[in-house]
Design a binder for this molecule. Structure first.
Ligand code: MRU
Length: 348
């Protein structure tokens, strides 16, 4: 199944619960927009495109929950739901992007609340289908960058689980593998929530792509000893100068890759590009609960002393100078990003 999909019989949003993978493959079923917001906060669903589409279905649920007797009153309920959903996580621009699109649909003229509900469901379904199609298109462009025999460092999880299906950076790797290229992936474990070790490794096992999990701090060693050909990761928000906000650790990885002349590619749909922001300095960076850093075990014992405190920024920004290319569904964008991003965004 897809990472998330609408259950038309139960009129609920079904999704894979990413908190319990890889031990268990469990589905959760949500019937309120508030529970969708909570699932985004708790990271039952995560990854920029998946969050966007989940929020779109959250708006469908909000319309379903609304008791409004007329279209205008339902719009007021939808605006309130969009506020709640939009506040779930701050960094991925796909969330406000999807909500804006849903509110745009809600703003059209309808003769009844039933018609408005149907239009919202239709739009959310369209967004989900588009996501899969865009990912396949990015994968085809990105796979051209990969050579037979490449070893690739991949950060976080950017696969089917981070999207509706197929994935962004991991989708590129999967496409190259399906084209018959022999690839080896070094999977950054991605502390503190281990999206690499838990989710990317699980996906790679399913696709039969050879990999080794490495601790995040081993990446420099592999890059410096000439064992890596390329670095691939996704992106949660790209500013118009090409700065890329992505999972914490991406910046350090890009620095080490550049120091060793290894190219770094970020794979993002154009919905992740935020032309309103001049640079990555303006991207809001989520800071999550310190418990995610502290509450871990080493050989079944607490790994940190009682009362320890921690900082937990969930994302960082890679300055565009460190990025070799940005792979989108429109093609691979090369520097100068400011000019080339403006061009493709104008076209779309
Ligand atoms: O905190 P997460 O797991 O939602 O972070 C996800 C990432 O950083 C991904 O790399 C990003 O969303 C792009 S992948 C589609």
């Amino acid at each position: 199944m897809r990472t998330l999909e609408w259950d038309s019989t139960a009129k609920r949003l079904k999704m894979i619960d990413q908190r319990v993978l890889p031990s268990k493959l469990e589905l959760i079923s949500l019937d309120t927009y508030q529970s969708v917001s909570q699932s985004i906060k708790d990271m039952a669903v995560r990854g920029a495109p998946a969050i966007g589409v989940a929020a779109a279905f959250g708006m469908v649920l909000a319309a379903q929950q609304s008791q409004a007797g007329d279209v205008d009153s339902m719009r007021a309920d939808l605006n309130q739901a969009a506020e709640v959903l939009g506040a779930s996580r701050p960094t991925a621009v796909n969330l406000p992007w999807a909500l804006k699109r849903m509110l745009g649909v809600a703003g059209q003229t309808y003769s009844s609340t039933t018609k408005l509900r149907a239009a919202l469901l239709n739009e959310a379904q369209r967004m989900a289908d588009e996501d899969v199609a865009l990912n396949r298109s990015m994968a085809a462009y990105g796979a051209e960058l990969i050579n037979d025999g490449d070893t690739i460092i991949h950060h976080c999880n950017t696969g089917a689980l981070a999207t509706v299906d197929w994935g962004t950076a991991l989708g590129v790797i999967r496409m190259a593998h399906e084209q018959g290229k022999h690839i080896h992936v070094l999977v950054d474990e991605t502390r503190p929530r281990l999206q690499g070790a838990r989710l990317t490794a699980w996906e790679l096992s399913q696709y039969g792509i050879p990999y080794d999990i490495i601790s995040d701090n081993a990446a420099g060693y592999f890059l410096h000893t000439g064992q890596v050909n390329k670095v691939f990761y996704g992106g949660d928000r790209v500013a118009r100068n090409g700065d890329v906000a992505n999972k914490i650790g991406s910046y350090m990885l890009a620095l080490a890759a550049n120091a060793n002349n290894v190219p770094v590619y970020s794979v993002v749909p154009t919905s992740t590009i935020d032309m309103e922001l001049a640079s990555g300095d303006e991207i809001p960076i989520e800071e999550r609960d310190q418990d995610e850093v502290l509450n871990i075990q080493f050989r079944n014992q607490p790994a940190t002393p009682k009362g320890a405190s921690a900082r937990n920024p969930a994302f960082d920004v890679t300055p565009h100078e460190l990025i070799s290319g940005i792979v989108t569904e429109k093609g691979v964008i090369y520097p100068p990003f400011e000019i080339h991003l403006a061009k493709i965004m104008q076209e779309s």
